[in-house]
Design a protein around this ligand. Structure first.
Ligand code: ADP
Length: 259
């Protein structure tokens, strides 16, 4: 006590890391193994639908088909997360036009939007017309967020996309906002967790896997960006994805491989 000193505490986390690795491998293997039987089930259901069957049999087949599709989505999302956990997805950074991104998503999601009589509108601020990102991953991020917006907001509502510059010229913020019920305050910080879903929406959401936002968070993180969720003062949710534009010097078309 009378002499100054330093205490260093070292924890050996070898075992922890090993167990983590086993868990990640397990998820990847199970997901992979589940794919084959699911494809076989779907194929058989499709074949039976073409047979002459009674309305009751048709009802059961519909249930099997719906749940097979749901399982396939789960398996595919779990496999994607396993790949991301294992660092197997590489970034191909290129300058991406925000206008083309929004346009192609509007086109791709026309059916979803028409089914709900919803409109998709967008606004691109000056200086936010290009973001340096991996185009495929950028597309996946916003497809996920817009699909959620269509799903969690009412018929006849408008979904707004925006590209803006933030604080300094170094950040580009792309956002998706909707006119739904928003997200209860206590759930805001948890919705990016795997399988976390807002309780009151659970029962009427048999479509989702509860993994979409976890994937979004991972993909944004790969870019060194951030994603956050908040509620609009006048109702509805806003998801903001912030990309640092530090790779702005790539804007003349260079392609960069990055791990
Ligand atoms: P899911 O497949 O259930 O949509 P996600 O990971 O995409 O899973 O989202 C997690 C949860 O966050 C959803 O189940 C829902 O409760 C909530 N959520 C996501 N987007 C919105 C939104 N635009 N409005 C309200 N709640 C949302």
């Amino acid at each position: 006590q009378d002499k100054p000193g330093v205490a260093v505490v070292l924890h050996d986390i070898t075992e922890l890391r090993r167990v983590e690795q086993i868990r990640e491998d397990f998820v990847a293997n199970v997901s992979h193994e589940l794919r084959t039987p699911l494809t076989a089930i779907r194929g058989s259901v499709d074949a039976l639908v073409e047979e002459n069957i009674s309305p009751a049999q048709q009802r059961f087949l519909d249930i099997i088909a719906r749940n097979t599709l749901r399982m396939e989505r789960l398996v595919s999302d779990l496999l994607r997360l396993a790949r991301l956990d294992a660092g197997q997805e590489r970034l191909q950074l290129v300058p991406c036009s925000t206008q083309s991104l929004f346009k192609s998503l509007a086109c791709e999601l026309t059916t979803n939007l028409q089914e709900r009589h919803q409109q998709l509108q967008w606004n691109i601020d000056q200086g936010a017309d290009v973001v340096v990102a991996d185009p495929v991953k950028l597309h996946d991020i916003f497809r996920n967020l817009i699909e959620n917006a269509t799903h969690y907001s009412p018929d006849n509502s408008t979904i707004s996309l925006r590209a803006a510059m933030k604080r300094s010229v170094d950040e580009i913020v792309l956002s998706v906002s909707d006119r739904g019920n928003g997200i209860p305050e206590p759930d805001l910080s948890r919705i990016f967790e795997r399988f976390y879903r807002v309780e009151q929406l659970r029962s009427d959401n048999t479509r989702g896997t509860g993994l979409g936002l976890a994937i979004v968070k991972h993909l944004v993180g790969l870019h060194g960006g951030e994603v956050s969720a908040m509620n609009r003062p006048d109702g509805g949710a806003i998801f903001e994805v912030t990309f640092s534009d530090r790779n702005g010097n790539l804007k003349d078309g260079a392609i960069v491989g990055n791990s």
